[in-house]
Design a binder for this molecule. Structure first.
Ligand code: FMN
Length: 187
């Protein structure tokens, strides 16, 4: 898929087909996380790939009862280890780690889209419960859960997004209007 199509097709999908996803596909998604930018090239992102039914059900419960999560054949739980980042960036480390996790998550989301997989970024959960379920040490932050599966026959379309002129300014806050690009390669 070309890059603009991947960008435009990416959308949160919360219904998964019963068709199997291979571990190889999930590995490709996980691999995409390695290529996101990291301050000082310090890689803070850690992943836990979950496919055990019992654990998935427990994680869905811990994610404020978002039961659709357990319907996905695989979950990728994204964590941050900021130990090394803290040494280099002191009080900026927490902020950088959050940003790095976001960049890695988006890379994986886009790769999943590229592979024709269905995915959703889940940020609402009880962190302590997730740590207990997955045996995650206390000093590690849990950032998000990505349920990944095959889309159903009728996957939903991407949501409407704000026009660029609503979110981008020239030279100072609130100033100017940026016209949409002449042609963005779509679908
Ligand atoms: C930080 C963050 C947390 C989110 N948490 C959840 C969540 O807990 N459950 C869920 O179903 N969707 C969650 N979403 C997905 C958003 O609802 C979704 O991205 C938004 O509605 C826009 O739709 P789209 O992804 O299809 O463009 C989250 C997204 C982000 C970026």
């Amino acid at each position: 898929m070309n890059f603009d199509s991947v960008l435009k097709r990416r959308c949160s999908i919360r219904k998964y087909s019963t068709v199997k996803v291979s571990l190889n596909e999930i590995t490709k998604v996980a691999e995409a996380s390695r290529f996101s930018p990291m301050a000082g090239n310090i890689h803070t992102v850690r992943l836990i790939i979950v496919n055990e039914e019992k654990k998935k059900a427990e994680l869905a419960e811990a994610a404020l009862q978002q039961y659709f999560i357990a319907d996905a054949p695989y979950l990728i739980v994204i964590c941050s280890d900021i130990t090394q980042l803290s040494r280099s960036y002191k009080n900026q480390a927490e902020k950088y780690a959050r940003q790095q996790a976001g960049a890695a998550i988006e890379n994986m989301f886009l790769k999943a889209t590229d592979l024709g997989l269905a995915c959703c970024w889940v940020g609402a959960f009880d962190e302590e419960k997730i740590k207990t379920i997955l045996n995650i040490p206390q000093n590690i932050h849990v950032e998000a859960i990505l349920p990944i599966g095959k889309p159903t026959k009728k996957p939903r379309k991407a949501k409407k997004k704000p026009d660029l002129k609503m979110i981008a300014y020239f030279n100072k806050w609130g100033q100017g209007e940026i016209k949409p690009a002449k042609k963005l390669d779509v679908r």
